[in-house]
Design a protein around this ligand. Structure first.
Ligand code: NAP
Length: 475
């Protein structure tokens, strides 16, 4: 069985204590690799390497840093097939999806920030005849980047690309459940001639090495993506030391379907936004709110479309829905469907595990639940959606806003004024009107309420990974 290693100071190394955890392939339920369970000793080595690399990396010309990141983007593209295969085996997602979305987008993240840093400008204020203020933005130093398992390389690169572009040295930890593509990235960083110590990748458990990265006094900023409960711990720990912290957390996203929408498009896209990546995307809509007059017709078409979904082997190109990431997560999803039954919901389709090896769950649609019940309030993060009726625009907004979360929302209507009105009233960081998951990397990305603090994307991330210094010159 393959034993992967940490990447510290430009070299692959075994964990100091020699401890490993099994990495299980979701499609088979069997271990296919072993992952270092890193300790504070590994972190100290990574910190030493990052500290030694920081002076040269942070003062390297922007143009040179940009070229290294462009090269890394190229190399990921050239290794698309190997990376996609690894991502699919590690996560359980269909291979075609990893090939079409996850890996190309990871490459795009590096390319985007390789260009963004060259175009990044800082502010200046001129008080005529009196003074000039300008803002210098220096890298923060050593930063910790911690990412989840659902879009492994995509979310990993979404953090480390702006951190590196800005001139920081990075200690990064992918999820212990999906470490394989992050592991492979070390080799490509060396091929791209990234100096040793600039990017260090440690593997292991969140509560162990993840927590240690957040706690260590040498990490000056923490960028975290994961669940809201973990985000609370990370935020509390980081703020004790006045570290900069960005938290991208969970969601319970509503799709609001008005009667005047393009029903065909709304149905097809809502099926995608419910079940793409097994429903394991933080931006998936999990509560579909439908105007009463079209409820039955929407439901009929939605269920018809769901029948076309094919759950199965991630390697099969016909598969639309692969395996869930772990047995624990499969059981969590199943327990929520059980809860929905107890709360009075009717299972319209799906509702059980597949009777085969691996962690497969049927795409599940539930109706008849109260908006305040746990199934409609708590994040399930799997292939489970609820259908709910509303009578008026006001009611739709009230129900959309009724959870503790505020990550994303989709609105389906052909009424332009209504689209704007509802978008402004919904408490959500990202709103799509008549579409879903369309992304321009220049836009701010993140959630309101318990979905997180701070924003990623575009210049927001470059600002996060830098310290502004105001310099005032008397004229
Ligand atoms: P998670 O359990 O919170 O873990 C996220 C990452 O944090 C993992 O690398 C985890 O390591 C690590 N971790 C766990 N405890 C830690 C601690 N005390 N200190 C530091 N790091 C720690 O989340 P997940 O289950 O991997 O991911 C699913 C969640 O992420 C969902 O709630 C989803 O909505 C959210 N998400 C949000 C966004 C967004 O942009 N808002 C995007 C994607 C996913 P281990 O895996 O080793 O425990």
């Amino acid at each position: 069985m393959q034993k992967i290693q940490n990447f510290i100071n430009g070299k692959y190394v075994d964990p100091v204590k020699g401890e490993y955890i099994d990495n299980v392939e979701p499609a088979t339920g069997k271990a296919f690799a072993q992952v270092p369970n890193s300790s504070i000793e590994d972190l100290e080595l990574a910190i030493d390497a990052a500290q030694a690399a920081f002076p040269a990396w942070s003062t390297m010309s922007v143009d040179k840093r940009s070229r290294i990141l462009h090269k890394l983007a190229d190399l990921i593209e050239q290794n698309l097939d190997d990376y996609a295969l690894m991502e699919s085996r590690d996560n359980g997602k269909p291979l075609w999806l990893a090939k079409a979305v996850d890996i190309p987008r990871a490459s795009t993240n590096f390319r985007f920030y390789a260009s963004a840093i060259v175009n990044f400008s800082t502010e200046a204020q001129v008080s005529e005849g009196f003074m000039v203020n300008y803002t210098r933005r220096a890298p923060v130093g050593i930063v910790g980047c911690i990412s989840p398992w659902n879009l492994p390389l995509y979310l990993f690169s979404w953090k480390i690309a702006p951190a590196l572009a800005m001139g920081n040295c990075v200690i990064a930890k992918p999820s212990e459940l999906t470490p394989m593509t992050a592991y492979l990235l070390g080799k490509l960083a060396n091929e791209a001639e990234m100096p040793a110590g600039v990017l260090n990748i440690l593997h292991g458990e969140g509560k162990g090495i993840g927590q240690a990265i957040v706690e260590h006094e040498a990490t000056k900023a923490i960028s975290f993506t994961g669940g809201t409960a973990t985000g609370k711990i990370v935020g509390a720990t980081a703020s004790q030391q006045f570290k900069k912290v960005s938290l991208e957390l969970g969601g319970k996203n509503p799709n609001i379907i008005f009667a005047d929408c393009d029903l065909d498009e709304a149905v097809k896209t809502s099926v995608k936004s419910s079940f793409t990546n097994q429903g394991e995307i933080c931006l998936c809509g999990s509560r579909i709110l439908i105007e009463e007059s079209i409820y039955e017709e929407f439901k009929r078409q939605f269920l018809e479309e769901c029948e076309k979904l094919v759950v199965g082997d991630p390697m099969d190109p016909k598969t639309t829905t692969g395996a869930l990431v772990s047995e624990a997560h499969l059981n969590k999803v199943d327990s929520y469907v059980q809860l929905a039954r107890e709360e009075g919901g009717t299972i319209l389709t799906g509702g059980k595990k597949l009777d085969r090896e691996g962690f497969y769950y049927e795409p599940t649609v539930i109706e008849g639940l109260d908006e305040n019940c746990r199934t409609n309030q708590e994040e399930i993060f799997g292939p489970v959606v609820t259908l709910n009726k509303f009578k008026s625009e006001e009611e739709a907004i009230e129900v959309a806003n009724s959870t503790r979360y505020g990550l994303s929302c989709t609105i389906w209507t052909s009424n332009l004024q209504r689209a704007h009105r509802v978008a402004h009233a919904v408490q959500s960081g990202i709103i799509w009107v008549n579409c879903w998951l369309v992304r321009d990397l220049r836009t701010p990305f993140g959630g309101m309420k318990d979905s997180g603090i701070g924003r990623e994307g575009g210049d927001e991330a470059l600002r996060f990974f830098s310290e502004p210094q105001n310099i005032c010159i008397k004229l």
